[in-house]
Design a protein around this ligand. Structure first.
Ligand SMILES: Nc1nc2c(ncn2[C@@H]2O[C@H](COP(=O)(O)OP(=O)(O)O)[C@@H](O)[C@H]2O)c(=O)[nH]1
Ligand SMILES: [Mg+2]
Length: 226
């Protein structure tokens, strides 16, 4: 019997974000295990990597973009036939964090899709001293995007494989459920805190009322004696 020819599944990824966020460094570290400390701005390139997942082989085609700013228009080349978006900002660079939001909105507007497969990558996590965007801020943004969040360092090769692999394979339904549960938990916690504060205020007022009544009783006793 003839065996079907083995085939490689192709997955197209595109890496977006402000210039200088570390897109090229992330991609070259991922695909070529190399980090170059130099900054070469505004160059676009494509990279490939073969990835094993659950017994299958995938070929990742990764398009590293030149970077965006608030006036950019995202070319349809970056949108059509793309399986996953990798949105990168740098933890030491506030503007790049703002750009992550703008880029995500551009993708949503231009694809007119409510749910787009993407990951949010907070790069340069090795720059601890220079950090201006906290992990909480990053996680909160990922929750807004309903996507996974990774803190990476292209320099030290931290979380790189995980970020790219997850971009393609994460379960969108699962992540949406996780954020829903997290929001529900937060709402419940806020409600419990509000009720506890109300209860504390009520019991304070009650003890204040009792104290006043007791004082009033004492005053009227003195008046009777006198
Ligand atoms: N410390 C540190 N520097 C990084 C990291 N990633 C990139 N860089 C540096 O940041 C600069 C911009 O990186 P690049 O990849 O060219 O940014 P791009 O414009 O987004 O492609 C370069 O000087 C890189 O060496 C990182 O994880 N840690
Ligand atoms: Mg670049």
């Amino acid at each position: 019997m003839l065996e079907p020819a083995p085939f490689i599944r192709v997955r197209n990824l595109v890496v977006l974000g402000a210039r200088g966020a570390g897109k090229t460094s992330l991609v070259t570290q991922y695909a070529q295990n190399a980090f170059c400390g130099n900054y070469v701005p505004s160059i676009e390139g494509t990279y490939e990597k073969i990835v094993e997942h659950e017994g299958h082989e995938y070929r990742f085609h990764i398009l590293d973009t030149a970077g965006q700013d608030e006036w950019s228009y995202i070319s349809t080349r970056y949108l059509m036939g793309i399986h996953a978006f990798v949105i990168v900002y740098s933890v030491d660079f506030e503007y790049s964090f703002q750009m992550a939001k703008i880029v995500r909105n551009m993708i949503i507007d231009q694809t007119s899709m409510a749910f787009v497969r993407m990951v949010l990558v907070a790069n340069k996590c090795d720059k601890v001293e220079d950090r201006v965007i906290t992990r909480e801020q990053g996680e909160r943004l990922a929750e807004e995007f309903e996507c996974p969040y990774f803190e990476t360092s292209a320099k030290d090769r931290i979380n790189i494989d995980e970020a790219f692999k997850e971009a393609v394979f994460y379960d969108m339904e699962e992540i949406s459920k996780m954020y829903k549960a997290r929001r529900k938990e937060r709402r419940a916690r806020r409600r419990a805190e509000r009720l506890a504060a109300e209860e504390a205020e009520r019991s304070m007022m009650e003890s204040e009322r009792k104290r006043t009544e007791k004082a009033k009783g004492r005053d009227s006793w003195w008046c009777t004696i006198m």
